[in-house]
Design a protein around this ligand. Structure first.
Ligand SMILES: C[S@@+](CC[C@H](N)C(=O)[O-])C[C@H]1O[C@@H](n2cnc3c(N)ncnc32)[C@H](O)[C@@H]1O
Ligand SMILES: [Zn+2]
Length: 426
């Protein structure tokens, strides 16, 4: 949020989502006035509200029925690749190069933000958070961040840097001085502002059907003012779609919502690790959560438990796992071992070598009680090993700033999931 707004007094209220406070700062009021001036009509009354549980989100002032439209945003208030192509800054990009939707929106956002009040989008940009809680915004490294998390963060940082370099390399006449601020283009598109814009797009963009007639941009992303104030829960039931006949993008609730409750949407079937890296938060009891396993994790346990002679990692079995794509993302879930993990354990411990028979077992999951027992014996040890590993992570991890507490919340959620998983292996 912009820091300059005059804050009006507002009362703290409490409800299902703990304490909440309707946001009535100048920036939010100006956003609503700007939307209305530009043809936006509210469908139901949703207040931007600060919740103690999730931070700023949207609260409904009235009880909502199944099928109520929550918001309808006119096309011309969405920032899409089309918007960028029509803008003056697009003239400074090399048109012979391909750009993706994420980077083109980030690029545009840097430009429009630098125009400040001279940008059409100023009332929107002024309500965007200046600081994000995502890992790319951490100013200090935490102590003993688990390697699998730091690798994910590194992957995210590399994508962002690649996008930034891609633009810097394809801005025509980087030294050109902007009439508005007298800065050169490569100063305007500096890394710090690009990271902010890239993370804003990452955390807030919605998916739209790919736009046509954009020869050098693959785009199915859009920034949607106001709509991007919805927070996420995996259990949210909404339907979002473009309505071409009305020139708008709308979100409908598929379930009733009580008066004064926060209204959530679902950003996608995201695991907590994905939420942590891309959005900077996790949700308790996330039904889409899973803990990744490697073939080595599984193989080591099998060597421990099964008689070595039964561990028959023949070339054929290895080929079988590869050909059937079974080594790609086996995991542990609240329901126990995922079917890929079960299949790997079964294949590596089974005496069966006939490929057709293995295939029919694995794809039907019709295991005998003895086979299930054997899989669960290995499964329980695998899960216990992961529990020990995650307990160590929790004991060693030290956050160096508040936003890094999300990592601790994440690790504890993993431990909860693992203990449910262990029960399923008994
Ligand atoms: C699309 S924005 C939602 C609006 C945002 N809270 C704001 O104030 O502008 C996505 C960001 O909201 C926050 N968020 C969304 N859902 C959340 C939740 N269930 N718990 C905590 N933070 C959440 C995260 O910071 C995420 O990166
Ligand atoms: Zn300028």
């Amino acid at each position: 949020m912009g820091r300059t707004g005059r804050k009006r007094k507002s009362k703290k209220l409490s409800g299902e989502d703990g304490l909440y406070k309707v946001v009535r700062d100048t920036e939010t009021i100006e956003l609503m006035q700007w939307l209305t001036r530009n043809g936006w009509k509210k469908e139901v009354t949703l207040y931007p509200t600060e919740f103690s549980t999730t931070g700023r989100g949207l609260m409904t002032k009235t009880a909502l029925k199944k099928g109520d439209i929550l918001v309808k945003i006119p096309f011309h208030l969405l920032i899409t690749a089309h918007t960028v192509c029509k803008s003056e800054i697009y003239d400074y990009l090399d048109k012979n190069v391909k750009y993706d939707g994420h980077e083109i929106l980030a690029f545009y956002l840097v430009w429009e933000r630098h125009l400040n009040k001279d940008s059409f989008w100023y009332p929107y940009i002024n309500t965007l958070p200046q600081q994000l809680s995502t890992p790319l915004f951490w100013s200090k490294e935490p102590v003993n961040l688990p390697k699998f998390i730091s690798e994910e963060i590194e992957g995210s940082r590399n994508s962002m840097k690649e996008s930034h370099n891609h633009f810097l390399n394809h801005i025509v006449c980087k030294q050109k001085v902007c009439d508005h601020c007298k800065l050169a283009l490569d100063e305007i598109f500096n890394e710090k502002d690009f990271i902010w814009a890239w993370c804003i797009v990452n955390t807030r963009a919605i998916y739209i059907p790919p736009e046509k007639d954009l020869h050098n941009i693959s785009n199915s992303l859009a920034l949607a003012p106001f709509l991007d104030l919805f927070n996420h829960v995996p259990s949210a039931q909404v339907e979002a779609m473009l309505i071409p006949t009305e020139n708008s993008y709308q979100v409908k609730t598929l379930v009733p919502v009580s008066k004064y409750d926060q209204v959530f949407i679902e950003y996608g079937a995201h695991s907590n690790l994905k939420l942590l890296i891309d959005y900077g938060f996790t949700v308790p009891n996330n039904q889409h959560d899973a803990i990744a396993l490697s073939l080595d994790d599984i193989y080591e346990v099998i060597k421990q438990v099964a008689q070595v002679s039964r561990v028959n990692m023949s070339q054929e079995k290895y080929k079988f796992l590869k050909q059937h794509n079974l080594m790609k993302k086996p995991c542990l879930t609240r329901e126990g071992l995922c079917w890929k993990a079960m299949s790997i354990v079964f294949i590596l411990t089974s005496e069966i070598t006939n490929i057709k028979l293995l295939e029919s077992k694995v794809y039907s999951s019709l295991y005998t009680p003895d086979e299930i027992n054997a899989i669960n014996t290995v499964g329980a040890i695998l899960v216990q090993n992961k529990i020990d590993e995650f307990k160590k992570h929790v004991a060693l991890f030290v956050p160096t700033e508040d936003d890094q507490n999300a990592v601790l919340a994440y690790l504890k959620e993993c431990l909860d999931l693992l203990s449910e998983c262990l029960e399923k292996c008994k």
